[in-house]
Design a protein around this ligand. Structure first.
Ligand code: SAH
Length: 348
């Protein structure tokens, strides 16, 4: 049995079944999530004498194997390809900034949403990740940074997949990494990004988890959003905006809007005006990011002039925004470029 596959309740049940006092279960759990050990040689002191031998004999400490790594020339961004138990693979991107270190985590293998510009969408849906497979990516990122004397300060669910279409596993994973008995990750340093799954947003509003919500908006009129993000036909902008308004009221937290700048399609002043009009009374922060090229989407990033004109309209309306830096493009690790095939192709 792999201990990293267990949540705290099953872990405690295992120890109880061995007649080990609950306090020892808590000690070992904390050790697991604070040190992320790969074997039992560093177990803490003070455990019942027979426990280390039993743990070594009956359990394992396995995280997905790293089958390939690519590091950007300036070493600020690194992409690891992790192999899961059934052979499926997910990519974890680890980004080092001056004062923080962040990871981009996946929630599904592939994705069913089929956003036109996204490489994951272009590959289709393969399967849900389990809660443990999501947690394992966070542990992997933390362990990798620890090896360089650093620590994971933030992570975003912006890798492959749509977290709100894998709601229960995603939330279980977040609760596990935030659990103060173990890793104790700070909730406010986690961002969940969704394409706009309205029932998921409504459910999330009622959770006692103070994470950040980002919405991949990308267009502020239905005809344009319909063509870029097919999910918009199911949850059109009026419905989405009502859900976001309710979310901000329930949580008292600003929502982040993601906006990928695509030349001539959504990087227009008309779209900026529509964005301002729709979000006049909803507290948002707009993250503007240039399109990263993907194989099956024939479009270009916006011109610098178009970006300036777009941002000027947000400024005039007093909508806070950030122009996000592109990271990882040279190693195909940038937003929307995560795709199982890419690494393999490059490796061959
Ligand atoms: N399904 C979630 C999270 C995964 S995508 C969501 O849609 O938000 C993470 C972010 O990368 C989203 O904002 C997505 O729109 C963006 N993205 C996808 N393809 C991109 C591309 N080619 N260039 C830039 N950003 C892209």
């Amino acid at each position: 049995m792999n201990l990293y596959d267990l949540d705290f309740a099953s872990f405690a049940t295992l120890f109880a079944g061995w007649n080990i006092a609950p306090i020892h279960a808590r000690t070992v759990w904390r050790w697991l999530y604070r040190y992320i050990p790969s074997d039992f040689s560093s177990l803490p002191d003070g455990l019942p004498q027979a426990l280390p031998a039993r743990l070594s004999a009956e359990t394992t400490l396995e995280l997905p194997q790293v089958v390939d790594t690519q590091v950007a020339a300036d070493s600020s961004t690194r992409k690891d390809l992790l192999q899961l138990a059934d052979g499926e693979r997910v990519e974890v991107v680890i980004m080092r900034y001056r004062h923080r270190h962040s990871a981009c985590i996946s929630t599904q293998v592939g994705c069913a949403c089929n956003c036109r510009f996204c490489a994951t969408g272009q590959m289709g849906f393969v399967r849900q990740l389990t809660a443990s497979e999501i947690v394992a990516q966070v542990l992997h990122a933390q362990r990798t940074l620890t090896a360089s004397g650093l620590s994971l300060t933030n992570f975003v669910l912006m890798g492959m997949g749509e977290p709100l279409l894998n709601y229960d596993n995603t939330l279980d994973a977040l609760r596990r990494v935030c659990d103060p008995r173990g890793m104790g990750f700070v909730e406010r340093r986690i961002t969940l990004s969704t394409v706009g799954i309205v029932p998921g947003i409504e459910r999330l509003a009622g959770e006692d988890l103070r994470i950040n919500l980002a919405v991949s908006l990308h267009a502020a009129t239905d005809p344009v959003r319909d063509t870029l993000l097919p999910i918009n036909r199911r949850y059109p902008l009026d419905t989405l905006c009502s859900a976001l308004k309710a979310y901000t009221e329930a949580t008292q937290r600003r929502v982040m809007l993601e906006w990928v700048m695509i030349d001539g399609i959504n990087a227009t002043t008309a779209q900026a005006e529509a964005l301002v009009a729709r979000f006049a009374s909803i507290p948002v922060h707009v993250n503007v990011i240039q399109l990263n090229p993907t194989p099956e989407f024939d479009a270009r990033p916006a011109t610098p002039e178009a970006v300036d004109a777009f941002i000027a309209i947000l400024d005039r309306a007093g909508i806070p925004h950030t122009m996000r830096q592109r990271r990882g493009a040279p190693i195909a690790a940038a937003c929307g470029q995560l795709r199982r095939r890419s690494l393999l192709e490059e490796a061959i």
